[in-house]
Design a protein around this ligand. Structure first.
Ligand code: IFM
Length: 480
């Protein structure tokens, strides 16, 4: 029985895409002039990555890029969201590396040739290790180095790439990287984590201004957002815990970037960690530079209890990394109880309606919100390969189609969503979890690097084709 989403009419020009990130797929870890990023370095720390895996070969996209673009074309993608690696473009953050830039230039040409819109992210977590050794994101100077890197990329690709995203999920590369330490660089330093948040904001705003001056017209940032739901909305303890969690997961990013101010409660909560003193005159004006789009990554919501002592830890939270981050935000009391929903292999709950709620909420709470794109949504499951070589990933297929349906409902309720990118095109290196968690709509055999489109990939391709057909049927549609 076809999913109802197949017959829905989508707005004219709605973009269907898929996303990846350099460090997770490229490999060629030390080829073509590339030097260590913080993730290469982190992967050498015993115990940092599951099974001691590393990014050296990843899924060999660096050498198989034309084949991967052919796959995208077969799937019918309108757009491909990828990131450039700072450690490849400016190894050691010394000077631009022509060979590194040439790889991305060839990728962009290949995409355009295939009729696929390149959607570029400048920072998906791979800071050159040389900069980490100078303090990393805890050092304000890194924000200015980021602008140099952004300019180098723009100078080579700006004639062909229209969509520029500064950062992907700064939550992870600041709070998880410098606070809980479960992401590179693996530091557990509360003040450094808060400094990293502010300096990434600053880097974002400086780069937006610099690229706009060079001629960029479509600039944005991608945030990973989740609804923070108090377990008992009548319990002031749960309510306050949910407020604090929302502050760190969502509002500490959304407010400075979209409104030009940190939330008042965040400033108070984080005063012991030095937030107010980090904000220099003029910073917030730079940080809130106007944007043409906001990228939203959504995987799951969080049910929040303020009674960690009674919850017996976060066994069912899907938010273990956040609990690990909690000691420095004064939130040892936060727990993530289960509400009995099905879960993915990441132990993240499956709740498509959360995406609808989030999209509607953004429109209600942020006046002047730029158009939204779902820049990541998807699920890890333990796939099995059938004797005929196919992968019948029914759960992932359902996850993706149900979430797309939720995007449709959000549109009906007034959310201005212009596109959807599934995470991920390929199975890949899932950070500290290594290669064990597969998110791809295309399977990668880690022995041979052979690619096989999974049932979810076929379903997504059918959905894209159906969406185009309906768009053609709409009077006045651009594609008519
Ligand atoms: O793999 C990651 C990606 O790099 C950033 N967003 C979440 C994905 C799944 O964890």
């Amino acid at each position: 029985m076809p999913h109802s989403t197949y017959s829905r009419q989508w707005p004219d020009g709605f973009i269907w895409g898929s996303a990846t990130a350099a460090a997770q797929i490229e490999g060629a870890g030390h080829e073509g002039g590339k030097e260590d990023s913080v993730w290469d370095h982190f992967a050498r720390i015993p115990g940092a990555i599951a099974k001691g895996e590393n990014l050296e070969q990843a899924v060999d996209h660096y050498h198989r890029m034309p084949e991967d673009v052919r796959l995208m074309k077969e799937l019918g993608l309108d757009s491909y969201r990828f990131s450039t690696s700072w450690a490849r473009v400016r190894p050691g953050d010394r000077a631009a590396n022509p060979e590194g830039l040439d790889f991305y230039s060839r990728l962009v040409d290949e995409l355009l040739e295939a009729g696929i819109l390149p959607w570029l992210t400048l920072y998906h977590w791979d800071l050159p290790q040389a900069l980490e050794e100078k303090g990393g994101w805890a050092n304000r100077d890194t924000a200015y180095r980021f602008v140099e890197y952004a300019n180098d990329v723009y100078d080579v690709l700006g004639d062909r790439v229209q969509h520029w995203t500064t950062f992907n999920e700064p939550f992870c590369s600041s709070l998880l990287g410098y606070g809980s330490g479960v992401h590179a660089p693996g530091r557990q330093e509360p003040r450094a984590a808060i400094a990293a948040v502010h300096h990434q904001h600053l880097a974002h705003g400086l780069a937006v201004n610099a690229l706009r001056e060079r001629g960029a017209q479509n600039l944005g940032i991608t945030l990973n957002l989740s609804n923070s739901i108090p377990r008992d909305p009548a319990d002031p303890v749960d309510l306050d815990a949910a407020r604090r969690f929302d502050s760190l997961q969502n509002r500490i990013f959304l407010d400075p970037i979209l409104l030009g101010s940190y939330p008042q409660d965040t400033l108070v909560d984080l005063a012991p960690f030095g937030l107010p003193e980090l904000i220099l005159p003029g910073d917030l004006e730079v940080i809130s530079a106007p944007l043409e789009f906001l990228g939203v990554n959504h995987y799951h919501d969080d049910l929040i209890s303020g009674h960690a002592d009674h919850e017996g830890g976060d066994g069912h939270s899907g938010g273990a990394e956040r609990v690990a981050a909690s000691p420095w935000i004064g939130s040892e009391d936060i727990a993530f109880p289960s509400r009995g929903l099905p879960r993915t292999a990441m132990d993240w709950e499956v709740n498509p309606d959360g995406l609808r709620k989030l999209l509607v909420r953004l429109g209600e709470e942020y006046p002047g919100l730029p158009p939204l794109y779902i820049t990541e949504n998807g699920a890890a499951y333990d796939d099995t390969v059938e004797p005929d070589g196919s992968v019948q990933d029914t759960e992932r297929t359902g996850f993706i189609l149900d979430h797309i349906a939720a995007v449709g409902e959000a549109l009906d309720q007034g959310a201005d969503v212009r596109g959807y990118f599934v995470w991920s095109l390929l199975d890949n290196f899932e950070w500290s979890w290594g290669y064990g968690k597969r998110f791809g709509i295309v399977r990668v055999d880690y022995g041979t690097f052979e690619r096989t489109v999974k049932a979810s990939g076929h379903a997504y391709a059918r959905l894209i084709a159906a969406a185009k057909q309906h768009a053609r049927a709409l009077p006045g549609s651009r594609s008519a």
